[in-house]
Design a protein around this ligand. Structure first.
Ligand code: SF4
Ligand code: SF4
Length: 134
């Protein structure tokens, strides 16, 4: 995924390269071609290049507007009493492995207020698997 894009309107004037305060823009002339390069790790997100480009060729809006990118998606485990999401399936697996037993899918409220026997009955009544499978 690239946050910094230069579209086909770029004519290679180098105004962006010359006016980048962080030296995050550079160029390479090789053979018959000029390449414009951007280094995201150096970029201060100041938007100077975007403002200064005479061709409106820099598409930097996502970074300047601070939009959210989804970087991961995973399955949720819900509280077996109220259905509130409690943790991801991955966390459940990690905890179970560390504790050497299956952890119970209970939100903090129902972990406190329901004794072991009650939530087991609820789980069995709903046809759900209890924490230790009994
Ligand atoms: S200032 Fe704009 S037109 Fe000039 S090189 Fe940079 S992106 Fe291309
Ligand atoms: S946003 Fe600022 S620091 Fe980043 S490339 Fe453009 S001018 Fe350079």
């Amino acid at each position: 995924m690239s946050f910094f894009k230069v579209n086909e309107k770029c004519n290679g004037c180098l105004a962006c390269v010359q006016n980048c305060p962080a030296s995050a823009l550079n160029y390479m002339d090789k053979g018959n071609n000029r390449k414009i390069c951007h280094n995201l790790s150096l970029c201060a997100r100041c938007g100077n290049c975007w403002r200064i480009c005479p061709q409106a060729a820099i598409e930097f809006n996502q970074l300047l507007q601070g939009g959210w990118n989804e970087v991961a998606e995973m399955a949720l485990v819900h509280c077996m009493v109220c259905g509130e999401p409690v943790y991801t399936a991955g966390i459940g697996k990690t905890l179970s492995e560390k504790l050497n037993r299956e952890v119970e899918a209970l939100c903090p409220e129902h972990k406190k207020s329901f004794p072991l026997s009650t939530w087991k009955r609820i789980a069995i009544g709903r046809g759900l698997q209890t924490g230790n499978g009994k």
